[in-house]
Design a binder for this molecule. Structure first.
Ligand SMILES: [Zn+2]
Length: 393
């Protein structure tokens, strides 16, 4: 346990002397020296030579650095359409990436394919699989993080899928399973639109709608990991059936499929619009977005209506959580101002004025990459916190 304290202090500092590590972690210098010697011998650390400043009258201390090629983490972002796999070194820097169409087969077969693509990506990067300490798997659905099970992912047709069990047949190291919104929230707060903000709500609007809540930089999971499922809160007066089994949920009014349905209805009833069905004869959310960007008033109204519903949903989250920043992510955020401007206006209109004061509302900076970067970062965070839990327990 002392070893992980020492290692974490060195990772956090970048470059640091043995004496400073001892001060920071509260261990004696001989204890720190013995641990550092072992870590140097194992190739986890390296010595950089004397630092620039010396203690008064003493020698200049030798600086130590974590060797970022001594361990790796992997992020697997399973999307409704595409899956991305990123292999990253111990500092979280990407060293290899693969993307491919998400397999459309039974959950067990799909996860076996994803696991074998992951193993292949690790091998192609020239990384020794034994050095992979953790893999984060992010899925678009309800996830029980403790059990590492996907409880429900309607867009993939998954229900009660033991994700960790299935991928661990082919992958070593620890495996963690999270949902897309939670992972995207972590990524945006570490390296995206809300860097340095501790209390963040990320509203993820794509095929479905969800939210990731960070309280003091950590994901707030709730009892079964379902915290943030704002997409399945009911909008008063709405009655469209939802894939969760209820009616009138937020995502029946404001999601990719909801935009497509609204566009198709506008065409059907003969409104004056440039929205056109695509190659398969169906109106898509992309067709609605394209028409809006070309100035089509019907399409602009559809996006504004969806934005307003998302703004109301965000106002519920803001009043409950009181975050410093709301980040809007997912495919709907990429539509830009025709959806985001009405969203922010509606959010500010419906939230307590005191909670709106100083509140940042931002569009995702990482875009499509947020989920897989979150998977990498959560794998790093979780492998570190594992030691902390054991240490305290
Ligand atoms: Zn629902």
């Amino acid at each position: 346990m002392n070893r992980s304290l020492v290692l974490e202090a060195i990772k956090a500092a970048g470059q640091i002397s043995r004496a400073r590590v001892a001060e920071q972690v509260g261990l004696t210098k001989p204890t720190v020296s013995a641990i550092v010697d072992a870590l140097l011998h194992e190739g986890v650390l390296r010595e950089l030579g004397p630092g620039a400043t010396a203690a008064l009258g003493g020698r200049r201390p030798i600086l130590l650095e974590f060797d970022s090629s001594s361990e790796y983490v992997v992020g697997v972002g399973v999307g409704v359409r595409r899956t991305a796999i990123v292999v990253a070194n111990g500092r979280g820097v990407e060293v290899a990436r693969t993307t491919f169409a998400t397999p459309r087969s039974s959950p067990a077969t799909a996860l076996a394919k994803i696991a074998s693509r992951t193993a292949a990506t690790i091998a192609e990067a020239g990384v020794d699989a034994d050095l992979v300490v953790g893999t984060g798997v992010v899925v678009p659905g309800l996830v029980d993080a403790d059990q590492s099970t996907c409880l429900l992912a309607p867009n993939l047709g998954w229900r009660d899928v033991p994700v960790r069990e299935l991928v661990s047949r082919q992958l070593g190291g620890q495996i963690f399973v999270h949902n897309t919104s939670q992972a995207a929230a972590v990524a945006e707060s570490v390296e995206g639109a809300a860097v340095g903000v501790g209390d963040v709500v990320l509203l993820y609007a794509s095929h479905g709608v969800g939210a990731g809540i960070l309280a003091d930089r950590r994901v707030f999971h709730g009892f079964r990991g379902l915290a943030g499922e704002i997409g399945h809160c009911v909008v008063p007066g709405a009655s469209e059936p939802c894939r969760c089994g209820k009616r009138g949920c937020v995502e029946t009014l404001a999601s990719g499929p909801a935009l497509a349905r609204a566009g198709a209805r506008a065409v059907e009833v003969g409104l004056a619009t440039s929205i056109r069905p695509g190659a398969r004869g169906k109106v898509t959310s992309e067709a609605v977005s394209a028409a809006a960007h070309a100035g089509d008033l019907v399409a602009l109204q559809i996006l504004a209506d969806a934005g307003r519903v998302l703004g109301i949903a965000a106002s519920w989250l803001v009043n409950v959580v009181n975050p410093a920043a709301v980040v809007v992510a997912g495919g709907l955020a990429e539509i830009g101002p025709p959806l985001l401007d009405p969203l922010e206006a509606s959010l500010r209109e419906h939230v307590l004025p005191q909670a709106a004061s100083g509140l940042l509302v931002r569009r995702s900076a990482l875009g499509q990459d947020a989920a897989v970067r979150g998977a990498v970062l959560l794998a790093r965070q979780n492998t570190e916190s594992y030691y902390r839990v054991v240490f305290r327990g």
